[in-house]
Each structure stands twice: as C-alpha cells, then as structure tokens.
Design a protein around this ligand. Structure first.
Ligand code: ADP
Ligand code: 5GP
Length: 206
C-alpha cells in the first residue's frame, strides 16, 4: 500500500545477446505485470517477429530521421551493425500513469538510462559461463556464424562492465534467475521512499 498517484518505477534488464533476457522478461511480466517498452530497430525482422510487438522495425534512414526530428529516444545505441532505441513518449506516459516500466536493452543504452534517469533500476543478466552463452546463442539459431562471433566479442566487454549496474543476476537455471528478478522488483517496490506521509497517516486513521 504505497501512496496514490505515485510515478511508476523504471526497470531495465540488460546483458549479452542470447543470455536469456527475453525469456526471463516474459516470465517475470507474467507474474508481475508492467508496461514493456517496444524498441525501435534497423535489424531485419526474424521469422515469427511481429512489427509493433517485438520491435518497431525501421530502415536506417527512417531511424535516423526519427533521431533528428522525432519525439525522441530515452536512449539509443548501435549494436553489431544495427541501431536500437527506446522511444521516450510511451515510457513517460506509462510512468506518469503510475505503471512500472520494463526496458530490455544492451549495455551502452543502459549507461545512458542510468545517467539520465538516476532512479532507474538496472539489472545486469550474466550467463553462468561464456561457453553456455555461446551454446544459447547457437541454440536460438537466429544469427550467422559471423554475427555469433561479433555478439560473443561484445558479450565479453558487456560482462566486464557489469559491476557499474545496481544488480547482477546470473541466469543459470531459469527458475533461480526468475526468483532473483522477482525478489528485486518486489524489494524495490517496498522502499520507504515510495511511501508518502499521507499513506502512513492512512494507516493511523484506519
Ligand atoms: P536474449 O533475449 O538475452 O537475447 P533469449 O531469451 O532469446 O536471449 O534466450 C536465448 C536462448 O537461450 C533461447 O533459446 C532460450 O530458450 C535459451 N535460454 C534462456 N534462458 C535459459 C536458461 N536459464 N537455461 C537454458 N537456456 C536458456
Ligand atoms: P536482438 O537483435 O538480439 O533482438 O538484440 C540485440 C541487442 O540489442 C540485445 O542485447 C537487446 O537487448 C538490445 N536492444 C533491444 N532493444 C534495444 C533498445 O531499444 N536499445 C538498446 N540500447 N538496446 C536494445
């Protein structure tokens, strides 16, 4: 029972491509509903991906035009040859409605969010090992060999950067990874700073 009319909390899941962010996020949001921010990207659509659901797919010219003239991005970054970014407006609208928001992004974008939104809660998802990360990336079968190698190289840099974020969750088993994320989201929602004096007075009045 926190106070009415309070702004939502901004959660960010970040970590290497293939580590299991998408899988964990789906399960987390099934347990704890929040607004999921759909990113914009210039990457080509994979089979099964739906425009507007998994990503807003754009050409590079369209994305660059958005960067120059559009409503703005909370963050954006180049990742292995493609642009990715978080449209600002839907996130702000959800936060102002009091809804919690989840972003799922890579490290350079997360650093921008940390700088621009000091209250954002950043959760770095680490693999149990680099060899397991490689196995998962290959198992997903979405990338060419060249792109797997580029993503693994990027992963090494990302894991070295992990300690600057608030939390590190190792996605070894999905069960434990999910338990850890649920614990973080719940604890962050219980922080005393989320309470107003009025809400506490409400306890005294009832
Ligand atoms: P990301 O969104 O970080 O790129 P995905 O969620 O697409 O990663 O997961 C990459 C692959 O790894 C998928 O095939 C997924 O089923 C698998 N995976 C995710 N988490 C685990 C886990 N804890 N153990 C084994 N496989 C996993
Ligand atoms: P993929 O091509 O595998 O969908 O995503 C590649 C990487 O880009 C992943 O680490 C993914 O989390 C990240 N990503 C997805 N959307 C965004 C975004 O809006 N901004 C940033 N900075 N990274 C993103």
């Amino acid at each position: 029972m926190t106070s009415e009319g309070m702004r939502g909390q901004l959660f960010v899941m970040l970590g290497a491509s293939g580590v299991g962010k998408g899988t964990l996020r789906e399960q987390l949001l099934a347990q704890i509903p929040m607004f999921y921010s759909v990113s914009m990207t210039t990457r080509e659509q994979r089979p099964g991906e739906i425009d507007g659901v998994h990503y807003h797919f754009r050409t590079r010219a369209e994305f660059e035009n958005e960067l120059e003239q559009g409503a703005g991005f909370l963050e954006h970054a180049e990742f292995v040859g493609n642009l990715y970014g978080t449209p600002r407006a839907p996130v702000e609208v959800a936060l102002n409605r009091g809804e919690n928001v989840m972003l799922e992004i890579e490290v350079l974008g997360a650093i921008q969010v940390a700088q621009n939104s000091p209250h954002a809660i950043l959760m770095f998802i680490a693999p149990p090992s680099l060899s397991e990360l490689e196995r998962r990336l290959r198992g997903r079968a979405t990338e060419s060999e060249e792109r797997i190698q580029k993503r693994l190289l990027r992963a090494t840099e990302e894991i070295r950067a992990a300690r600057q974020f608030r939390y590190i969750v190792v996605n070894d088993t999905l069960e434990q990874g999910l338990l850890d994320l649920v614990a973080i989201v719940q604890a962050e929602g219980l922080k005393s700073e989320r309470w107003s004096g009025d809400a506490l007075e409400g306890i005294l009045r009832s």
